[in-house]
Design a protein around this ligand. Structure first.
Ligand code: XLS
Ligand code: NI
Ligand code: NI
Length: 433
């Protein structure tokens, strides 16, 4: 045991009336909702990078957090792992996620990076066996080191592509060894700042080739997890190639990979793309590529990726409603890709941020389940489109323009507008919260 979370007890469910900060009011892991335990619906994961590797900097100032493991040694990396697993247990979080760069210090060479990652992977493996905590996904950080400043797969320099590919191989290996249920590719610096120096066509082809190589490798080693792409429209580059779900789907179709890859959808990225979270979730579901979520919000005023813990039950309810409609998670889960505010210095802040987030998601899930079970929302939607289920609707959809022109003239069709009933439906949703 380390003394980092000194005296903070294991967080348990105590119900909505409790006064205890270190308790769940809604998240009751074993409570059955729609035939499944809450923990199996939500599949919470802690993001290693924000919770344990981020120093609290912003564009105007550096480190604010003082963590005993902030140093570049393997000993510190192991202390970090010790504390991380203590936190997973305090929270009862079933999963975690990591990038290579979060868990091991940067080496002088690729070989050193690889051996350090291997050492930590073995260390994780022991801890996972002991605690039962599992890996939701692994990934490679192909965006922090300066070698990746002009992109990884989409870099103008083939050597950077090679280094990135080699790094991804080691990260898939680590994920595979740890029984990870998914492997994530977030575009990092795959994008551009100015077209003046960018050959977009070439970069897009490189990205397609890279992804194909990842899929080939996955099959070669028998990795059974899902490969997930995480769309984001901008930041760090001005224009990210994996803009949103629709853009990534077009890209996958182009390279014939739409059956090999699914989406990891982040709430904040959806907002940055000018969509609602539920739009992105519903679209991915309808296209058959829904995978997993990063449940971290952005500030609605600031216009950048602030990665805050979720705290709006109404928003969560609409998100989990779409996920329930997708049949729930299979390999995916709810990853908190969220960081504390830089003034939140105390170890307790880290715990309470997650407690609130888990509770908020649980409350959202319960509301979504009630909405789903009740069926009123779907009935209203079905009623709005009922005309299309009639023989007449089907004939109209099958007809060509000439016959439709003839039909409209002959039957004297004069459509009558009907209310969309938005406010009525919004009132309905609020009743479940
Ligand atoms: C950055 C992304 C990143 C991915 C993992 O905005 O959200 O944290 O989730 O590389
Ligand atoms: Ni993000
Ligand atoms: Ni993310």
């Amino acid at each position: 045991m380390t003394d980092f979370f000194n005296g903070i007890p294991r967080v348990a469910f105590e119900g909505p009336a409790t006064e205890n900060d270190y308790a769940f009011r809604h998240y009751d892991a074993d409570q059955v909702v729609l035939g499944k335990k809450m923990k199996d619906h939500l599949r919470f994961a802690v993001a290693y990078w924000h919770s344990f590797a981020w120093p609290g900097g912003d564009p105007f100032g550096g480190q604010t957090f003082e963590r005993p493991w902030f140093s570049d040694t393997m000993e510190a990396a192991k202390l970090k792992a010790d504390v991380a697993f203590e936190m997973f247990q305090i929270l009862g979080a079933p999963y975690f996620c990591f990038h290579d760069a979060d868990v091991r210090p940067e080496g002088a060479t690729f070989a050193e990076n690889t051996s350090r990652l291997q050492e930590i992977t073995d260390y994780f493996q022991q801890k996972m066996e002991k605690t039962g905590v599992k890996l939701l996904w692994g990934t490679a950080n192909l965006f922090s080191h300066r070698r990746f400043m002009a992109g990884a797969a989409t870099n103008p320099d083939p050597d950077v592509y090679a280094f990135a590919a080699a790094t991804v191989k080691t990260c898939i290996d680590a994920t595979h060894q740890l029984g990870g249920e998914n492997y994530v590719l977030w575009g990092g610096r795959e994008g551009y700042e100015t077209l003046l120096n960018t050959d977009m066509k070439r970069e897009r082809a490189q990205a397609g080739r890279f992804l194909q190589a990842v899929i080939d490798y996955k099959h070669k080693i028998g990795f059974k997890g899902a490969i997930l792409i995480e769309p984001k429209p901008q930041e760090p580059t001005k224009h990210q190639y994996d803009y949103d779900v629709a853009t990534v789907y077009g890209f996958l179709k182009d390279f014939g990979l739409e059956n090999e890859v699914k989406m990891n959808i982040e709430q904040g990225h959806a907002i940055l793309a000018g969509h609602s979270f539920e739009h992105e979730l519903a679209l991915a579901r309808d296209l058959g590529i829904f995978g997993s979520i990063d449940m971290n919000r952005n500030d609605y005023q600031s216009g950048w990726d602030t990665d805050q813990f979720p705290n709006n039950v109404g928003e969560m309810a609409l998100a989990y409603y779409e996920i329930l409609k997708a049949g729930g998670f299979t390999t995916g889960g709810t990853n908190f890709d969220a960081k504390l505010r830089r003034q939140s210095l105390e170890p307790a802040d880290l715990i309470l941020a997650h407690v609130g987030a888990m509770d908020c998601c649980a409350a959202g899930l319960k509301a979504a389940a009630a909405m789903f079970e009740d069926g009123k929302l779907e009935a209203a939607r079905a009623d709005r489109y009922a005309g299309w289920d009639t023989a007449r609707g089907k004939d109209i959809l099958g007809a060509d323009l000439t016959s439709l022109a003839a039909k409209v003239a002959k039957d004297n069709i004069a459509p009558q507008p009907r209310s969309g009933r938005q406010e009525r439906l919004e009132n309905l949703v609020n009743r479940y919260l």
